[in-house]
Design a protein around this ligand. Structure first.
Ligand code: FAD
Length: 290
């Protein structure tokens, strides 16, 4: 599939933006400016991550509630079940519902120490599928779950990973958002395989604009996403040129999004890392206008 990088303005694209809860006042300032910049693109929802092992529980909650209160945007709260009891999780979910938050991104989470095998809390939800069922029992949330075009590292094979995704859908999830990836064909293979087994499941590609290959590789090592060799070569010599790296990042992600659009994708989820410019530029290249 090939599509021109510069698209005519289009009105048929849906967006969502993912943020992380800020740690400091300065980071909060950056986040709110980013949200203000991206809001005119009218995202379907904006999501806020939950720190490893639930470490940002309060901050995630505060950020989600502030989005609900102060912006016209629809917030989605990420929630993981690692290291928590079912009662704790249910209480968090109930307080989201009471605050008017209707969308949860339901995840298992990762073990606290890298390289360890995941073990559920003895009184906790066993995995994301169990979490989805638990959340649905608390309230009729809209629920998104994670999917892995390149297979989750804990999965034995592509089929068992797909089976796991179907368990999450059967438990009540409304859509899957994918881990980031850099090959449109890889996404299409995953999407089409799923559609063959179970037509009608909404799969939204997660787009990570890469400005730093080394950082991305460190992160990707834990989550089953491959960094292609060409990406290393592409960023060679740009270590000291952050603005050039931004431009390259926008071009690469814009090209990927164009290919995905040509293959039928109409909703794009951006891992913003709390920065608006890249996501905004890529959406613009795609033909989205405020
Ligand atoms: P699950 O769907 O439970 O599956 C994990 C793996 O275990 C799969 O490979 C599955 O096949 C296997 N498995 C599960 N149950 C069974 C079973 N019964 N039998 C056999 N195999 C099984 N992490 C955070 O900490 N905070 C976040 O905010 C966050 N946001 C994310 C957002 C997105 C869009 C994505 C893609 C990931 C996010 N993550 C986040 C990372 C996520 O927590 C990890 O990838 C985690 O390792 C798996 O979570 P999951 O929900 O996919 O788990």
């Amino acid at each position: 599939t090939h599509a021109p990088l510069f698209a005519e303005p289009r009105g048929d694209i849906q967006l969502s933006f993912e943020f992380f809860p800020p740690k400091t006042d300065a980071m909060a300032e950056t986040l709110w400016r980013s949200i203000e910049t991206l809001a005119p693109l009218k995202p379907r929802f904006v999501s806020v991550t939950y720190g490893a092992g639930g470490s940002t529980r309060e901050r995630t909650h505060t950020t989600v509630e502030r989005i609900a209160r102060e912006t016209g945007l629809t917030p989605a709260a990420h929630l993981t079940c690692v290291g928590a009891t079912r009662d704790e999780i249910d209480a968090i979910a109930r307080s989201y519902w009471d605050a008017g938050v209707r969308h949860i991104v339901a995840l298992r989470g990762d073990p606290p120490e890298q390289g360890q095998r995941y073990a559920p809390h003895p009184d906790g939800y066993a995995n994301a599928a169990a979490l989805v069922a638990g959340l649905k029992a608390v309230a009729p949330f809209e629920i998104s779950v994670a999917a892995y075009p390149e297979i989750h590292p804990d999965s034995e094979c592509a089929q068992s990973d797909l089976d796991n995704l179907l368990r999450k859908i059967d438990a009540g999830a409304d859509r899957a958002i994918t881990q980031f990836f850099f090959s449109a064909d890889c996404f299409f293979r995953f999407r089409d395989k799923l559609a063959e087994i179970r037509p009608g499941v909404e799969v939204v590609p997660g787009i990570l604009p890469v400005t730093n290959v080394a950082t991305t590789r460190r992160f990707a090592g834990q989550c089953g996403a491959a960094i292609p060799d060409w990406m290393d070569r592409l960023f060679e010599g740009l270590d000291e040129l952050p603005q050039a790296r931004q431009l390259v990042a926008a071009t690469v992600a814009g090209e990927l999004c164009g290919q995905l659009y040509a293959g039928g994708v109409r909703h794009f989820h951006f891992y913003t890392l709390n920065r608006a410019e890249l996501a905004y530029a890529i959406c613009h290249l795609l033909g989205v206008r405020a």
